[in-house]
Write a protein that binds this ligand. Sequence first.
Ligand code: SAH
Length: 378
Amino acid sequence: MSVALEAAPSRPSTTNTTNLVGLDREELREALVAVDVPERELRMRTSQLWHWIYHRGATDFGAMTNVSKRFRAALSDRCGLSRGDVASERISSDGTRKWLVRFADGNEVETVYIPEEDRGTLCVSSQVGCTLNCRFCHTGTQRLVRNLTAAEIVSQVMIARDSLEEWPSPSQDRLISNIVLMGMGEPLYNYDNVARALNIVMDAEGISISRRRITLSTAGVVPLMSRVGVELGVNLAVSLHAVSDAVRDVLVPLNRRYPIAELMEACRTYPGATNSRRITFEYVMLKGINDSLEDAKSLVDLISGIPAKINLIPFNPWPGAPYECSAPETIDRFGDFVNRAGYASPVRAPRGRDIMAACGQLKSASERRPGGRRGRNP
Ligand code: SAH
């Protein structure tokens, strides 16, 4: 059984104030200039606020006890600490939590927390909806797409931390120990904002989640993949799902632009992939489509020479989905073959299916308004 919690009452929107949540250091400094912080205090005030916002998770300037009363009052008048509203929070029988987060323009995304024995993973969205239209993914059926701002991406982490009451940022035994960009959207179609958000999240004096514990998943936007390695240094996951262009063209239409050979070349040359930092290939198991032993053999050939592991994902159903999940024996047989060829091939346990929080089940109600503009790919 799953539990649905009441939607939090939404706070009145503060249109004439500057929201400080989600700003990087430079932007925070500029915001302080705008509220007349004198030049000689800027450095100190910026790091003070950074600490309160990202290390302590303050939601109220009044809590900032080492900040003078006058300055706190000025901040309260002219700045905000909003993370967006939690429109709903649902908790699965397996402990998975899903938040529907509503931003200032009314658009919504979903964020999922997956507790496991040795880690807690937060699955973050990078776009409202998704333009990729992968055939087996529920998010692809959503019509409205827009990029999230860096602040909206960081806000999802802060909301999860608020809800799990994990402030100040603990240095160990964290509830949220890992972050995966595997929610709604294609992170590499929103690279700049994702990069800015990750730099805030990784900052050692704030939320401080290490790049080694962050994984960015892409359906294969080949030209941007190397930047992930060079500029961000986070782990890379690639949604492969098929071993021939004929099948992948249908499952992941982006393949028509960046076919398998190019994708594999980008993986082979991915900066920073080593045996201790492998590329994860995600492979959704679809009955009769991509799950034969022949497919497993071709997969092993395809990834030969790449430090890789294969994450087999049992297909998670959604209303009207055109596929079925492979039988457990088929998944085992496929996994065994890949494993014997020398690649770790864990099967991703479906989590939060009862609250539609599992991989590929996320979808928010945001729809394109008539005449509204649709997000565009680069
Ligand atoms: N756009 C990025 C980020 C999304 S990650 C990407 O494609 O990698 C979400 C992962 O869940 C992807 O690997 C996606 O292919 C997978 N997925 C989508 N729908 C699914 C479903 N119904 N069942 C299982 N996995 C699914």
